[in-house]
Design a protein around this ligand. Structure first.
Ligand code: NOJ
Length: 878
């Protein structure tokens, strides 16, 4: 049997956890964090079902929940254990009531550890397209593939990590280092995936900005991301809010702590921010083994424990929930309404996506590629059966994948119109990144190596390639006149001729912490922001011998280009990001000018790593709980460079075309008048009502003669256990509830009121239009980026400008123009008022600058909110 790679993930997590028990220290007390950072208690967990768009699904769910037994309910709120089913996560079922097991499967760019699926371009690549239509289309295609394989819950999109730390390992799974770009990428993915009935999971809530030290174990608590409430709201939460506004069905809780409290039991985050303020109606799932307690996590609002096992020694078939949840209900430590709410949330989401109607069961097995195998690979003795049916779900998704890979390609430099290439150009191609991994395109577990063309980073966010269209494949297919040197060291035999164009391929990789690649444990600790495999030297050596050099970079994020950027022969530089399976013809179409490049940078490329604030460095080992304090506040990526007046090598949003565009005839129209605070929120609607009486112990008794599978997680208790628990319910000793605990439902904060927050936050306050004309000599697509500058009168510190909207045009022919419409919402012109806990417009009469352009440092059109006029050709604010 070929055991696939999820085992590897989990085994490495398990081994780590196991050894850590030896050094066990208590984790149940809070470790001090720096002064001023607070995780305030927020109880109780708000009941779901109060927004009108979910009413019908909650009604259907509540009819079922009111007839479930205790053990059926607790069976639905947790996984059946690591490797205890076909998917990376498998919930328990309630078959008597028609509720199947739900299959949860990674990941953001395609089906992980499967077959006959598409390996789509990564999130970062999708972000670089700045194309909302493609973002959504990718989501639809992903949804079709997940549904096609019988996955109920797609474990994506990732919108956190936001990319605060350039070396962070998983930034590439998301869409870029700006909350609004990330928000559009995430929300449109949610909409696409869910449009075909698959539940999307927006992750990882929240501030999971580095890989190392992310997890709680007995040796060490997970890293604490310490951030203030304003930074939380204005940066890290923003994309989650938009995902919730799009109706996302599930939110995954991150491994780390926020302000000292583990996210999986941080009541402020889950109960307060996510469920009450953002009005999230779906269910909250833990990251895998992120749950560290039973009662506390339930009270803090966690709804689904994955994969179900305890986090310390998850090999023995123990759970914080399942049978323990049954016990906690019987002995009265968790109020019955909390369990009812969790189950209702899960089932309502299932109904909301229409999964009660003809939803296919899983037809693949994440644990093996064999047709037959153990049904429960984690059990010592497992029944065997058919586990892989090899259903082909690719359809025509290669097309959208290719379009994204192509339209993401970001042309950074193009001296003397070196590109596009003439078809007859004589090419000398260098670098192992240009051709497929010679060991096999899927030879590394979860893509945990950087060998051959880099199409994605590594970890749970990877997928198996059905094929890899490498750049060399594409040059070959095109009949290019090329010679390829499949090496990362400059070959002595390349025989430069004067007319040659040298094309050098280099790469930079990163991934998830459970795999270390070339000394990088997820984060780019040892590679830093350098090209891998001596890429800098390869470019330098080629540039020393060839007078025309084009550099193609496959990368997870920024790399420092300075060692060769200004060499006279380095004429053109393209970032092709992480193209997935479609690395080849997407690139050659751009290189030869079939299309003009239209990608833009989803992050800043600095001249030196020292140009970032020190607080954005990776946190190394610290005894006790590693502390990561976000002292830079709002000032990450371009917000920092602009404030500190540091000129980067390439600014956020930068991207050249083979043609040029003009932005003219801009208009700004006021729509909704501003008030300092949004109008009062709508009141919560009603939520399902159930009996709050503790159910009889018999509802949790093991059924007679049940054939148990060792290590499988069940929700039943031995009769004696259940009876003993029930007896304790009348004891005077009560569970030590956390500080601030209450079980009285709240009306909800002023900033809430609907999915995503107070609906008035999303009122359009200004609508903007601009005419985009192709003024150059080739067809091409333009991107209009809209940034907001707060009025000078505002005393609150705000970034110089902040991206608030963008649009990409279709292909504009030479001389052709089109009108592009954008909008600014109330939230876009607000700051988070920490005292009032609401969005605040600091100067309703002030003159907001609404800037438009092709990059944050190329803003040439300015509209004024108060003056109501727009100017073109003005000097930008940067
Ligand atoms: C851990 C990762 O952080 C998460 O993104 C993934 O979905 C789960 N493992 C399941 O594989």
């Amino acid at each position: 049997m070929i055991f696939l790679f999820h085992h590897f993930t989990m085994l490495s997590l398990i081994v780590f956890s196991f050894f850590s028990t030896v050094l066990s220290t208590a984790i149940d007390r809070r470790i001090p964090i720096p002064a001023g950072y607070v995780a305030a208690p927020y109880y109780p967990a708000p009941h779901g079902g109060w927004t009108s768009d979910w009413t019908e699904s909650y009604r259907k769910a509540s009819l079922i929940v009111s007839n479930l037994t205790l053990a059926e309910k607790t069976n639905i709120t947790a996984g059946t254990g690591i490797f205890m089913g076909r998917c990376v996560g498998n919930t328990g079922s309630a078959l008597r009531a028609g509720i199947p097991q739900l299959c949860l499967q990674d990941g953001p760019l395609g089906l992980r550890n499967s077959d006959h699926n598409t390996a789509f371009p990564a999130g970062i690549t999708t972000g670089a397209t700045f194309d909302k239509t493609l973002m959504r289309a990718r989501g639809v295609a992903l949804g079709e593939e997940f549904r096609g394989k019988g996955v109920n819950v797609y474990l994506g999109p990732s919108v956190g990590a936001l990319g605060r730390k350039p070396r962070g390992g998983r930034n590439w799974e998301g869409f870029g280092s700006d909350p609004v770009l990330q928000a559009f990428g995430g929300a449109l993915t949610v909409e696409g995936v869910q449009s075909v009935g698959v539940i999307a999971t927006i992750k990882h809530l929240i501030a999971n900005e580095q890989e190392q030290f992310r997890m709680y174990s007995l040796v060490q608590p997970g890293i604490s991301s310490n951030l203030d409430d304003r930074t939380l709201h204005e940066l890290y939460l923003w994309p989650f809010a938009e995902g919730v506004r799009s109706g996302v069905g599930s939110v995954m809780i991150a491994y780390n702590a926020v302000n000292g409290s583990a996210c999986s039991q941080n009541s402020y985050l889950i109960n307060g921010v996510l469920k009450d303020e953002l009005g999230f109606q779906g269910f909250v799932v833990s990251d895998w083994l992120a749950q560290i307690s039973g009662v506390a996590s339930a009270l803090a609002g966690l709804d689904l424990s994955m994969p179900g096992d305890i986090h310390t020694i998850p090999l023995l078939g123990s759970s914080y929930w399942m049978y323990e949840y049954s016990r906690s209900i019987l002995n009265g430590s968790i109020p019955v309404d909390r369990l009812n709410d969790a189950v209702t949330r899960i089932l309502a989401t299932w109904f909301q996506m229409g999964q009660d109607q003809n939803y296919p069961p899983p037809t693949f097995d994440t644990n093996t590629l064999n047709a037959q195998g153990p049904l429960y690979p984690g059990a010592l003795f497992s029944p065997q059966g058919v586990v892989n049916e090899f259903v082909n779900v690719q359809a025509n998704h290669a097309e959208v994948a290719r379009e994204i890979a192509r339209d993401a390609i970001t042309l950074l430099k193009n001296v003397n119109s070196t590109l596009p290439l003439a078809q007859a150009a004589t090419l000398k191609i260098f670098g192992t990144d240009a051709e497929k991994n010679p060991d096999g395109i899927n030879s590394c577990t979860d893509q945990g190596c950087n060998k051959g063309t880099l199409g994605m980073g590594w970890g749970s966010g990877s997928a198996r390639y059905p094929y890899m269209d490498s750049p060399i494949d594409a040059f070959k297919a095109r009949g290019s006149n090329y010679t390829f040197f499949n090496t990362d060291s400059f070959p002595s035999n390349s025989k430069p001729s004067p007319g040659d164009v040298a094309v050098v391929f280099i790469s930079a990789d990163s991934g998830e912490n459970y795999i270390t690649v070339e000394n990088n444990p997820g984060d780019r600790t040892s590679a830093g922001l350098k090209a891998w495999h001596n890429g800098d030297k390869l470019v330098q050596d080629v540039a020393a011998k060839y007078s025309t050099v084009v550099v193609v970079v496959h990368t997870v994020g920024p790399i420092i280009l300075e060692p060769w950027h200004d060499l006279p022969s380095v004429k053109a530089i393209l970032f092709a990001h992480l193209p997935g399976q479609e690395a080849g013809s997407s690139l050659t179409q751009v290189l030869y000018g079939d299309v003009s490049p239209s990608g833009h940078l989803p992050y800043t490329i600095p001249k030196s790593e020292a140009d970032y604030p020190a607080s954005l460095s990776l946190v190394g080992f610290q005894p006790g709980q590693p502390q990561d304090t976000f002292t830079e506040g709002l000032y990450i990526d371009y917000r920092h460079f602009n404030k500190a007046k540091i000129t980067p090598r390439y600014a956020f949003g930068h991207g050249l075309s083979y043609t040029t565009f003009s932005f003219t005839n801009a208009t700004i129209t006021p729509v909704t008048p501003l008030s300092s605070y949004p109008p009062a929120r709508p009141a919560k609607g009603s939520t399902p009502a159930y009996s709050t009486a503790i159910p009889p112990a018999s509802e949790a008794y093991w059924p007679a003669n049940f054939p148990r599978i060792w290590r499988y997680l069940y929700s039943w208790l031995e009769k004696s256990d259940a009876d003993a628990a029930a007896a304790r319910a009348s004891s005077t000793t009560k569970y030590p509830y956390p500080a601030g605990y209450s079980n009285v439902q709240r009306p909800g904060p002023a900033a809430g009121g609907a999915q995503g927050g107070n609906p008035a936050l999303f009122d359009t306050v200004f609508s903007i239009s601009v005419r985009v004309t192709n003024t150059g000599k080739r067809p091409g697509k333009a991107v209009v980026q809209l940034y907001i500058q707060f009025p000078e009168s505002v005393e609150v510190d705000t970034p110089v400008v902040q991206l608030r909207d963008f649009e990409k045009t279709g292909v504009l022919g030479v001389g052709e123009g089109t009108e592009v419409r954008l909008r600014v919402t109330r939230k876009d012109v607000s700051v988070w008022d920490m005292e009032k806990q609401n969005w605040w417009v600091p100067d309703t009469e002030g003159e907001y600058g609404v800037w438009m352009g092709e990059a944050v440092d190329r803003l040439e059109v300015r509209c004024g909110s108060r003056s109501g006029g727009c100017e073109e050709g003005v000097e930008g604010p940067i």
